[in-house]
Design a protein. Structure first.
Length: 161
């Protein structure tokens, strides 16, 4: 009788464990990351004496630099993210977990534009080099470098709020 009782108990436990281990699909929803204005940036174009003004977020901590514009669904034309580094070296960026196409503008310590990476593709993990020393990197929506007709003769100035 005890053996039969143990067998029934083990069988019942097995059935309960087996049926409770269903393959449930959990959906994890990414929280939308909103733009937070942390400063203003102006691009000066000496060729035609024009200026372009942007609201910027500033990435100057390790976390902000590593995260950048990842997980964003959109960004307005007058917004961008400015990465600020302590040193001036060749930079390499990628588009991991970045949903929107971007133009990257590499800027040296003298605040002069040194190069561009245009139309960086979302989620592409290919290396996007600065092709020269840069201290700052400005990310804006793809197509704006051409729309604004930016060149390596242009410069920036920015301020934190």
């Amino acid at each position: 009788m005890l053996l039969k009782s143990n067998f029934l108990l083990l069988t019942t436990l097995f059935i309960l464990i087996f049926t409770s281990c269903k393959d449930e699909k959990k959906v994890i929803k990414q929280t939308e990351v909103a733009f937070t204005k942390e400063g203003e940036l102006t691009i000066f174009k000496p060729a035609d004496s024009s200026k372009i003004s942007l609201d910027i977020e500033i990435a100057d901590t390790d976390f902000d630099i590593q995260t950048g514009l990842m997980y964003r669904n959109s960004m307005k034309k007058n917004q961008g993210m400015l990465f600020v580094f302590d040193d001036e070296i060749e930079r390499f960026f990628y588009m991991k977990n970045t949903k929107i196409p971007l133009d990257l503008i590499f800027i040296n310590a003298d605040t002069n534009i040194v190069s561009f990476q245009k139309n960086a593709k979302p989620f592409d993990e290919s290396s996007l080099p600065s092709n020269g020393p840069s201290k700052y990197v400005l990310e804006v929506n793809a197509g704006l470098v051409d729309l604004w007709n930016l060149s390596e003769k242009d410069s920036i100035i920015f301020s934190k709020q």
